[in-house]
Design a protein around this ligand. Sequence first.
Ligand code: FES
Length: 176
Amino acid sequence: MTTELVNIQPLYQPVKMSGEMAVFSPEVEAEIDWHLAKYPSKRSAILPIMFIVQRERGYLDGPGVSYLANRLSLRITDIWEVATFYSMLHTKPIGQYHIQVCKTLSCKLLGADKITEQCSQKLGIKPGETTADGKFSLSLVECLGSCGTAPMFQVNFDFHENLTTEKVDQILDSLP
Ligand code: FES
């Protein structure tokens, strides 16, 4: 789906991270219960529940991982194995706005380097970094499946395609 400048929501609201195991609101617990009830084995619900914990904690931190292990009756190492496999899961703090520039062939040929450079300059960070205020992270990623509309990047869950320098300026300036 393509969306342009439409109300991009932050990935999470900053929360205080403390304690050995994360504690969530009854609403979040109910959401997690709903996912657990869908599967005969708790383990099968690992990904949706990881995404909920990440959404609530900002990233999969120690207390969040302890919570997951407890809730899913798995070992801590089982959780880390999954957490470090998928690029959508973060084990380090990530900005509220995660800008993922596609660096694969179509995008590369049509100007991905220029888009990356522009993002870097505008945000004052290199790919792989997060701004000091924790607001933006910039990453280079492999093909996001939007090659026909290259160059493109993803901001949180939204694709932005056929990027030009003007469009990049507009999109980044629109992020609250
Ligand atoms: S090459 Fe960029 S989306 Fe496929």
